[in-house]
Each structure stands twice: as C-alpha cells, then as structure tokens.
Design a protein around this ligand. Structure first.
Ligand SMILES: NC(=O)c1ccc[n+]([C@@H]2O[C@H](COP(=O)([O-])OP(=O)(O)OC[C@H]3O[C@@H](n4cnc5c(N)ncnc54)[C@H](O)[C@@H]3O)[C@@H](O)[C@H]2O)c1
Length: 417
C-alpha cells in the first residue's frame, strides 16, 4: 500500500514538473513561430522534426521505452504546431513565388526601377518575392499599424524614394494591407508629380476594398484620411493564398467590407454569408466584391454621387472607430455601423451572419464621443441631419438624411452595457 502511495506521489511530482516544462516548451515554440513568420519561413520543418526524434531515441536509455517516447514526442510536435496556428500566426506560409506574386515581372517593361514598400507585420517573403523579379532599388519597411498613415511617414518614404534615385519613369510596388497601399499610393502620386504604383494587397480588406478604386491618403491631426489623392494604381495583383498567414481577426475585418458590398448590391452574395456551412471559396468572394466595387467606381470615380453607397455602415462606423481609440478594427466598426442602418428584417438576418464571421454586434465606446467624431467628419445639413445609406432589403440601398438626434439613439443601441 505504502509502495503504491509513494509511486503515485512520485508521478504527481513528475506531472507537476512536466506541466512546467510543457509551458516553457510552448513559450519557446511561440517565439520560433513569431521569428519564422517575420521572415516568411514555413512553420513546419520536417528535417528538424526528424532530428528531434532521433535525438529523443538516443536520450532514452531503456530501449523498451523508445517507441513510447517517440510517440510522445510526435504528439508534442503536433501540439506545438497547433498552438502556433492558434496564436493567429498562420500554419504555413504559402510559396508566393508560385502564385501571382511570382509573376510580378510581367507587369513591368524593362529598364524601370522599383522601390518595394511593405510593413513590419507582412511576412517579409512577400515583398522579397516581388523585389526579386525587378531591378529593385530596395525594400522599404514601414512600422505596421494605422499610425504609419502619417505625414511623417509619407515624408520619410518620399525621402527614401529620392535617395534611391527613382526617376519619373520608375515606380513603387506596395506589398501589404490598406495602410501600405494608401501610403505608397499617395507617395507615388506626389513624387515628381506622379509615378506609377502597383498594388499587391495582402489583407482581405485590401483585396476587396482598399486596393481598388484609387483612393489614397494619410491621417492628419487625428482626422482619418484627411490628406490624399484620387489616383489609380497602374495594376492590382491579387493572390488569395497570401491570406493563409493573416490572423483570424484581420480576416473578419475584411469580411465586414465584403458583407457591406453584398448587402447593398448583391442579395445572392449575402445569402452565401447566411450559409451555416460557410461562404465558400475566398477567390470567388473576392472576385464578386471586385466586380461590385469596380462597377461603382467606374460610374463615379471621384465620389460625386453614387460612389457614396460604399459609405454604408461607415458614417456610424467612423464615429465608433474614433471613439474606441484603436481598440476596434475598421471592419468591426463598419459591422456595428451597418446594423442600425438596415430594415428590421435585414438586421435579424445580419446578426447571425456577423456572429458567424467573428464580428461584433455591440461594443464598449462613448456614444457622445462617436457623435462628436461623426459631426466633425461630415457637415450636418441645414436641417441638422447627416446623409446615411440605408438597406431596405439585401441588394438594395437608399440615401437618407438622418437627424443627429436619431444618430445618437442608434449609437446608444450599439453600446455594450
Ligand atoms: N483606399 C481605400 O479605398 C480604402 C478602403 C478601405 C480601407 N482603407 C484603409 O485601409 C487601412 C486598413 O487596411 P487593413 O485592414 O488591410 O490593415 P493593415 O494594412 O494595417 O493590415 C493589418 C495588419 O495585418 C498585417 N498583415 C498584412 N498582410 C498580412 C498577411 N498576409 N499575413 C499576416 N499579416 C499581414 C499588417 O502588418 C497589419 O499589422 C485603413 O487605414 C483604411 O483607412 C482604404
């Protein structure tokens, strides 16, 4: 009896130690995943896995235990990989040289130089793949995040272009999300009165929205997109495989803009989002959104009229985004902003869609601060109302004037208590 108790106590002690070691091992795995992702190295490394197994066999003195220990190690390695994926670091980096990025060279005539612009959160291999095919003046890496859409970063990029000796016939290539496209597009539009810019969007939001339509901008004094140009990129190259490395929250962020286009223009596309089995092939989804956006932009490039429909969800959304002070992503705010601007029946259908896509239906923010940001963004009409886009049924929209009083009520309905 005493022997049994002793052995069980010994197992408990070992389990405690194993739990501590397991935690330390996972922490090291997370560090490795972050390092690899930053450099575009695949997470899975079969050669190293084989070495780990061989070393494990050498360490196990009792030959009878070797197969068991090997199984234990294999399980550990599988758990490490699953943990690394769960961190939103992506499972495996795609091999962009085989996708559309690898055909970037076909876009350029010979003799032109390119400065590739990216940011620190985009796997470096994407920018390197594009750079490798051209006469490359270098890769310019911005710090990741909205703060890079600033006059200071714009000025630094313009200086880098000058130092790289880019001439009027050279060009920029933007490899990144909306931040990189907006900033590089503006820099290209300003440099020597305008040089070409090619977009290689790497986020879903940029693929379905930011990279098409020719709007470029930086923020100024806390006002989003305060300084910019309408300027079309020379070409946009989309490779949906690059989404494999995008963190799930960023994917949801882009899906919000896709839902916006579906609700305003395409009832069948919206129905795809309602399918509990999933919305299907991302490539088809991107193509459907691009068809809608390019049609809208072609009809009204400078947003003098109908292009304003793309602001659906954005009037309330921008206000919430400003009031949330960086805690909410753009697409999350658009999701919130769409809800009260739909007919009740549409809202009932939209709620489960948002939930399934990982988008919020309520959030913590100060409604007065949001209202102040909305009135700062948009001038109220003489009657004290603001233009909004309203969806009476999926696939249709109306422009409406909504009084500020009503906007306050709508914002209140979105505040999480
Ligand atoms: N010009 C337009 O018409 C237009 C339209 C909509 C939005 N925007 C602008 O776009 C910006 C938001 O763009 P966004 O949502 O793409 O954000 P983003 O550019 O900040 O990218 C989001 C994050 O994902 C990282 N990332 C990008 N690609 C990745 C990949 N493939 N794998 C892993 N990580 C990756 C980035 O480093 C960044 O940290 C906002 O500034 C918004 O104003 C512009």
């Amino acid at each position: 009896m005493e022997t049994l108790q002793k052995a069980r106590a010994e197992i408990d002690r070992i389990d405690t130690e194993l739990a501590r070691l397991f935690q330390a091992r996972m922490a090291a795995a997370a560090e490795i995943a972050a390092w690899k992702r930053a450099r575009g190295v695949p997470i899975r490394d079969p050669a190293r896995e084989a070495r780990v197994l061989a070393r494990g066999a050498e360490r196990m003195e009792d030959p009878a235990l070797r197969p068991y220990y090997a199984a234990f190690q294999q399980e550990l390695m599988a758990l490490s990989r699953a943990y690394q994926s769960g961190l939103g670091l992506g499972s495996d980096i795609p091999t962009p040289e085989r996708g559309s990025l690898g055909r970037a060279a076909q876009l350029l005539s010979e003799g032109r130089r390119v400065l590739v612009v990216t940011d620190s959160g985009v796997p470096a291999v994407y920018a390197e793949t594009v750079a490798a095919q051209w006469d490359c003046a270098g890769i310019y890496t911005l710090p990741q995040g909205e703060a890079s859409k600033s006059p200071a970063q714009l000025s630094a990029l313009l200086s880098a272009m000058l130092q790289a000796g880019l001439t009027r016939s050279d060009c920029l290539a933007a490899v990144g999300g909306g931040v990189v496209c907006d900033l590089a597009g503006l820099a290209a539009g300003l440099y020597m009165r305008g040089i070409d810019c090619y977009y290689f969007p790497t986020t879903l939001l940029a693929m379905v929205d930011a990279a098409v339509g020719g709007k470029t901008a930086v923020d100024l004094d806390g006002v989003k997109n305060a300084v910019g140009l309408f300027r079309q990129p020379r070409a946009v190259v989309i490779d949906p495989d690059l989404l494999a490395t995008l963190p799930p929250r960023q994917l949801s962020n882009g899906l919000a803009e896709a839902v916006k286009m579906a609700l305003t223009h395409d009832a069948a596309l919206f129905a795809r989002f309602e399918d509990p089995a999933g919305y299907g092939d991302p490539e088809e989804l991107i193509a459907a959104c691009l068809r809608i956006k390019s049609r809208v932009v072609a009809a009204d490039e400078r947003e003098a009229g109908p292009r304003r429909v793309l602001n659906f969800g954005h009037t309330l959304g921008h206000g919430i985004e400003a009031a949330a002070g960086g805690r909410l992503l753009h697409g999350e705010c658009v999701a919130l902003g769409m809800l009260p601007m739909c007919a009740p029946g549409v809202r009932q259908r939209l709620l489960p869609v948002l939930e399934r896509l990982g988008l919020p239906a309520q959030a913590e923010f100060d409604p007065e601060a949001a209202l102040a940001a909305i009135t700062h963004d948009k001038k109220a009409g003489a009657d004290g109302s603001i233009e909004t886009v309203y969806v009476p049924e999926p696939g249709r929209f109306e422009f409406r004037n909504t009084p500020l009083r009503a906007l306050r009520e709508l914002l209140l309905s979105l505040v999480k208590n």
